[in-house]
Design a protein around this ligand. Sequence first.
Ligand code: EPU
Length: 418
Amino acid sequence: MDKFVIQGGTPLTGSIATSGSKNSALPALAAALLTDEPVVLRRIPRVRDIRTMERLLVDIGSEITVDEEAVTLRTEKIVSPEAPYELVKTMRASSLVLGPLVARAGRARVSMPGGCAIGARPIDFHLSGLRHLGAEIFQEHGYIEAVAPNGLKGANIVFDRITVTGTEDILMAAVLAEGETVITNAAREPEVVDLAEMLTKMGAKIEGAGTSVIRVQGVSKLHGVTHEIIADRIEAGTFVVAGAITGGDLTITDCVADHLGALITKLNQAGMKVTARDATTIEVKSGGTLLPVDMTTEEYPGFATDLQAQYMALMTQADGISIITETIFENRFMHAQELMRMGANIRLDGRRAIVAGRSRLSGAGVIASDLRASASLVLAALVAKGETVIDRVYHIDRGYEKIEAKLAGVGAKILRVE
Ligand code: EPU
């Protein structure tokens, strides 16, 4: 298992580029199942979750070629409409094949996701959505089986709460359902909009993506497409925090500044100078003393839960007390314990973390517990005194492309060791 060895204390300066979005690429790959024609996807990040999804799609029947420029998929036939436990347990987003498989093949068998480091994360909204579209759902031996031998029928679907992959899953099912589907309380995340754009280029009829009501007129067939994935707003946001926490002078390129509005606003309130130089470039400059600013995670366009851990690392360096409230997942504070091992002063109270700064962090051995928690440990290590060794960095490899090379390129002292 790889580890990161990080020497803290160097402000990051220079320019760092953003990769394509993991959470946009995953549904885009699943959407390739909706057609027997070639689908060419550009800017797919080469991270572990993507390789897991590619392996799943190959088992299902896709032919996949990967080169520098693009990932090309062709699924002439669904050979096995199944997502086995071995893959689903390593990546919950495997359930994104549910909607496309039922829509294309009339049948899907997907392992129930088990527990997760950040919360229960059930997929009941995906299932009730498919049921409304006319699928019959059975559960046996740890697997969900969804069948719709005569095809899906458009329906009104109201999500009890906002779900990102649930919205994507149902959207991919609805595009091939007969008649109109209306998804109410839909997720408004940029990844949903990106998927809708891709599906529209494939011939789907979708209105309202990016708002909380999405209308779909079903079509009988979708065709091939060439599509470029949007920039990874969470990766870009992590770099913004890296600039801020090290008191550096960092330019983040190839991102979508608009997708990071909530983070940029918070950091400016905290006294940093974070500005969008243009639509795809963000500049971060230290503004002197970092002020404590409370934060509550919300669905987009609110502050992303996927940036909460990174923000907590930053607030350990603020001059005073801040309260961080996590509303999306019930158990997403695993990083707090590890940050405390590095000297942070954090008290957990249910869904709230009370962070008292400024702590003088010092390097320690810490363990990555999930993808974004690992990112927060990297950020803390960048300002900690001395050496930090982060174990289990496979978590970070799930979603960050060449993070050590990118950070080293702007001055971080970070090494990967086996
Ligand atoms: N929920 C249910 N039932 C469902 C679906 C969701 O109760 O059927 C609950 C969840 O347990 C959670 C809340 O609803 O409490 C929101 O979950 P959501 O479904 O929106 O999460 P997700 O679609 O499983 C995606 C991202 C996550 C990100 C969340 C929230 C992908 C592949 N994953 O997950 O990304 O945290 O939305 O924005 O898009 C990450 O990249 O590190 C990551 C965890």
